[in-house]
Write a protein that binds this ligand. Structure first.
Ligand SMILES: Nc1ncnc2c1ncn2[C@@H]1O[C@H](COP(=O)(O)OP(=O)(O)OP(=O)(O)O)[C@@H](O)[C@H]1O
Ligand SMILES: [Mg+2]
Length: 300
């Protein structure tokens, strides 16, 4: 729990921002040599750092995105959405080589295929200024890929007295990295989902995976979709059920969960209350398509 929440309430959220092009109403997923036509297509800002930041800002917590955005038309097209969320954009670096950074998502029911392109480095030129920001008390890292690109990120945040959370997020090329746990040393709150916990620990059962993760992290929160979430620390071994809500789209539910949990944790909530706050944010998000549309509904 942060001791300096009153003086340094702001959260920094670092990671890549994507322009998501989401195709729905498909008869089949794309395959080589075939063309598929979608009934509908939506463009939205994506990436865990943005979705978590938007949900944090929605709770009323000062939140700054520490990220890079391109100068191309697709990147520029995201600006109105970023501004509508109330996220502090003072540490958003705008640079030609940061875009276009795009994810094309093809969605049929629960099946989805993604095609993504990363552009340029994940390291924003604004990082030092952000970590030195007098209001910042916590850093959220939205994917292990970003920590992998900036290996001293946790140490630099700790030097400034910040607490740190990390959502590993799925990355086929990195999630099985045997050095992952060591590279995460210093992270205070680890926020994987079940698939990521299995890839990292080799254990499918959440309790067994948590037995392993508690050796590295003071707090681990394991997200299990419709099964809810688990929290493990030296003092706590908790579970919270998912809410019985009409599920439209689970994209970004984990990132929203992170925001609910982090905000409650920094506010001094006890472990069970923070876990419940994560569930509440996740439940809200699954009831609309996309990770942030439920927040923006009344703003556009
Ligand atoms: N099918 C569902 N029914 C009810 N709640 C859900 C469902 N899926 C997700 N949630 C809620 O959202 C929370 C986080 O979702 P999930 O476990 O899918 O995270 P995730 O896999 O990290 O998601 P993503 O990486 O796609 O953002 C869950 O703990 C739960 O509260
Ligand atoms: Mg996730």
């Amino acid at each position: 729990m942060s001791l300096n929440d009153a003086q340094r309430p702001a959260v920094l959220s670092i990671g890549r921002i994507y322009c998501d092009l989401i195709f729905t109403g498909l008869a089949a997923l794309p395959e080589p040599g075939r063309e598929v036509f979608a009934d509908d297509m939506k463009m939205a800002a994506g990436g865990g750092a943005y979705i978590t930041a938007a949900h944090l800002a929605h709770t009323g917590r000062a939140t700054a995105l520490v990220a890079r955005l391109g100068l191309d038309a697709l990147s520029a097209g995201l600006a109105p959405e970023l501004e509508a969320t109330g996220i502090d954009l003072q540490f958003l670096e705008r640079s030609k080589d940061a875009g276009p950074q795009v994810t094309v998502a093809s969605v049929i029911g629960n099946d989805r295929a993604f095609l993504s392109r990363r552009a340029g480095t994940a390291l924003p030129a604004t990082l030092d200024a952000a970590l030195n920001w007098a209001q910042a008390g916590h850093l959220h890292i939205a994917e292990y890929a970003t920590l992998h690109e900036i290996p001293d990120l946790v140490r630099r945040a700790k030097t400034q007295g910040l607490t740190v959370s990390l959502d590993p997020s799925w990355d086929e090329t990195l999630i099985y990295d045997p050095a992952l746990l060591k590279a995460c040393a210093g992270v205070d709150i680890f926020l994987p989902n079940k698939e990521e916990a299995l890839a990292i620990t080799g254990f499918e059962d959440p309790q067994t995976a948590l037995d392993k993760l508690v050796e590295t992290f003071p707090v681990t929160v394991l997200k299990g979709g419709a099964e809810g979430a688990w929290l493990r620390s030296k003092e706590h071994n908790l579970h919270a059920k998912a809410e019985n809500v009409p599920v439209i789209d689970t994209t970004g539910a984990g990132d929203a969960f992170n925001a609910g949990f982090i905000n409650a944790w920094l506010s001094g909530a006890d472990a069970q209350a923070a876990l419940n706050a994560g569930i509440q944010a996740g439940s809200l998000t699954v009831q609309a398509a996309g990770g942030t549309s439920i927040l923006l509904k009344n703003k556009s």
